[in-house]
Write a protein that binds this ligand. Structure first.
Ligand SMILES: [Zn+2]
Length: 302
């Protein structure tokens, strides 16, 4: 598909080839194409339904039952990964301290667990239904909806905040998604999108080895420019565009460097030798404004 799925302009060019490294038994190659007009990137051709089903099989979300045990025992709250959730809570609460919140693609719901239940009505939508079943069993007070945002159950609901933490890039028909979320937001409701940044230094340097491409799970690849355009066209007002978590940024840098090391040298040794440079890259990304992780906070405009 050479015409841009967003702006329909015919001029696009192949950016790189990448492969699905989570399926080493059946590695598949994917082309990433970029529109020369609006800058949107997409995985070309889009994966079939069967390829998508396969791409999420094999414990994509980890062991939800175990994570929940760790939450109830307090071990999770002492882990580094929990800090990511607290960072997200702080970001949301710097705008609004209570209300109805919907986390799209909530996985096991960790982000929702981190929100104060006294102040938040917490809902989540998750495509992997088996994960929803596991969590519902232990956390009946969480409103978890198996499936997607198009579920009829949601039609009459309105939320003060909707979050998509590294989920938007997984969804087909992104303009329709923004339209649906606009409908699900209360007046002046807040939409928070976190995505990998295709215009970052790490995307450029690592090319097809960049972890942020994650084909075929990531269907679209966004830059700040194209994301802003889509939000404005979709009836949102941009509140703030910022760098995402530095922990996530370093995680992406680390795994991209491992891919490079294994591809080029067949071993992780060069990764260990060059690991220290990642802090410099992280720093260069901050200075240049071309950071790997992008967060855009926007508000529904009537
Ligand atoms: Zn385009």
């Amino acid at each position: 598909m050479e015409a841009c799925p967003l702006c329909s302009q015919p001029d696009s060019r192949p950016l790189c080839r990448t492969r699905d490294r989570s399926a080493p038994a059946a590695p598949s190659d994917w082309l990433i194409r970029r529109c020369l007009h609006c800058g949107l990137g997409w995985t070309d051709p889009p994966p079939s339904n069967e390829q998508i089903r396969q791409a999420y099989s094999g414990g994509y979300l980890g062991d939800a039952a175990k994570t929940m045990e760790e939450f109830f025992s307090g071990k999770l709250q002492r882990s580094r990964s929990w800090k990511n959730e607290l960072e997200k809570v702080r970001l949301v609460e710097s705008y609004i301290r209570k209300g109805a919140i919907l986390d799209v693609g909530c996985g096991d719901g960790k982000f929702l667990w981190a929100l104060d239940p006294q102040r938040w009505q917490r809902s989540g939508v998750e495509y992997l239904e088996e994960v929803v079943q596991i969590v519902r069993g232990r956390m009946p007070h969480l409103d978890l909806i198996p499936g997607d945002i198009w579920k009829k159950d949601l039609d009459q609901r309105r939320f003060d905040v909707i979050t998509l933490w590294h989920v938007f890039e997984h969804l087909p028909e992104p303009q329709r998604v923004l339209e649906r979320l606009h409908q699900l937001l209360a007046p002046e409701g807040l939409l928070i999108l976190a995505v990998p940044n295709l215009a970052s230094l790490q995307a450029r340097w690592f090319g097809g080895r960049w972890l942020g491409l994650d084909a075929p799970r990531h269907l679209f690849h966004y830059s700040p420019r194209v994301l802003r355009r889509m939000l404005l066209d979709g009836g949102y007002q941009i509140q703030r565009q910022m760098f995402g978590s530095s922990r996530a940024n370093l995680h992406h840098l680390k795994h991209s460097l491992i891919h490079w090391s294994e591809d080029r040298f067949g071993s992780r040794l060069p990764y260990y030798l060059f690991k220290w440079t990642l802090f410099l890259v992280n720093w260069a990304e901050q200075l240049s404004g071309r950071y790997g992780m992008l967060v855009v906070v926007s508000k529904k405009k009537e």
